[in-house]
Design a protein around this ligand. Sequence first.
Ligand SMILES: NC(=O)C1=CN([C@@H]2O[C@H](COP(=O)(O)OP(=O)(O)OC[C@H]3O[C@@H](n4cnc5c(N)ncnc54)[C@H](OP(=O)(O)O)[C@@H]3O)[C@@H](O)[C@H]2O)C=CC1
Ligand SMILES: [Cu+2]
Length: 452
Amino acid sequence: MTRAAAAPEPEPLCVFGTGDFGRSLGQRLQQTAYRVVYGSRRPHSCGPLPQGAQVMSHVAAAQSASVVFVCIHRENYDFLETFAPQLKGKVLVDVSNNPKKNIYPEANAEYLQRLVPGAHVVKAFNTLSAWALQNGPSDASRQVYLCGNSSEAKQAVAQVATKLGLTVLDRGSLAAARELEDFPLELFPEWRLPFRLAISLVAFLFFYLLIRDIIYEYVVNGKDISFRIMVSLANKVFPIASLIMLSLCYLPGIIAAFLQLYRGTKYKRFPDWLDRWMLCRKQLGLIALGFAVLHVLYTLIIPIRYVAGAQIIKENQTTVFDTTVAWRGDSFYSTGILGFGLYLLLGITSLPSVSNALSWREFSFVQSKLGYLTLFLCTLHTYLYGRDKFLFPSTYKWYTPPGYMLSLVVPSVVIVLKLLILLPCVDSRLTRIRRGWERTDQEEDSKESLLT
Ligand SMILES: NC(=O)C1=CN([C@@H]2O[C@H](COP(=O)(O)OP(=O)(O)OC[C@H]3O[C@@H](n4cnc5c(N)ncnc54)[C@H](OP(=O)(O)O)[C@@H]3O)[C@@H](O)[C@H]2O)C=CC1
Ligand SMILES: [Cu+2]
């Protein structure tokens, strides 16, 4: 092979329509080592186009590429019917959206397929905005959903999306187009799952603690302490929910690592639920941060006499000063404060304007290393809160463990699994897999023969 072959001619892609979306998409493609050929009704007077892009008639443009992005509004699709013979065998990417749900009897992409039956229509990119394409994808737009009836056609479009730095989620056949076209009409879609989780968690914890702390006291000791619902109870619900949700940000990454270790490759797709979970980590984390802020505010307004620290001082008046108790009390506050500080840092760096200013290495350092440190400090803070309470049978009212114990389950599991991954032998294997190494069949065979 000659040297010239090492720097191949950029692959041509065709874009129909020179409007906002067509121009932004073309610009990104042109920057990502593609050659863009526009198809326009008026190739000579269509306004400024991305540098280096060509523009010609629709038919001529379609001849120069096998993938055509149709960046035209649905109501103007009908003219494509006249080009149907020229578009035969092409991959047509339908990027269109509708202003409302159910205004047409069929999905835009299915309509396009009907107009040009010989082409392979793929629905994709409609969840991106022209703005996000021009300004680099923010977190929310890093994912691209696609669907279509031809898997080769989907593969071709997925390849382009991957080169643009987007995560591809395949939603199946063209019948899913309708669902995809409804996505952009939904408000805050990536917040839905985290919000539902947050609400269910808070509701569950509230009733759990209501029964344990307040109803128990009333039934067993005949004391009415229902006023505690307002501050004490709230200040248990929020930190518990916060810690659980923070650990849920890190759990999918760990599951993914174990999955890669088990499969011996990084080139197999993760199950859909794991993909979706990974994609809403930022939202989970921000809600967790919100709960942590509430915990801090509640802690600050609780009259000083409620605070455990005051009890230490009171005890001191009657008993000898116990350094161990003082150490525990202060460590409890200190881990809480440090954990919260790092929590804030994590929240700030996840804002698009800040994360765009960080390099990938810096971003992953903050989100991963400091993230685990935050989780560790907050978990330690909770352990110190419990101290040795778990040893006393009286803490298990009606045979239920106290709330803070519930909150420790997931974080402890996450931390232990993370430590396992950090073991040198596991870590080196995982690093190799992430650099593209794959377990060969021979190795698997030899393992099997060892086992038998
Ligand atoms: N703007 C955005 O952020 C997003 C847009 N989309 C979708 O992308 C598509 C294009 O949107 P957008 O770029 O904003 O719209 P524009 O109105 O800016 O551009 C549409 C383009 O379509 C062509 N066109 C207009 N009328 C006709 C017609 N009668 N016959 C043939 N071609 C015509 C024109 O190109 P020319 O003059 O060169 O022929 C025009 O520039 C839409 O389907 C939209 O839903 C999807 C996601 C986000
Ligand atoms: Cu706390």
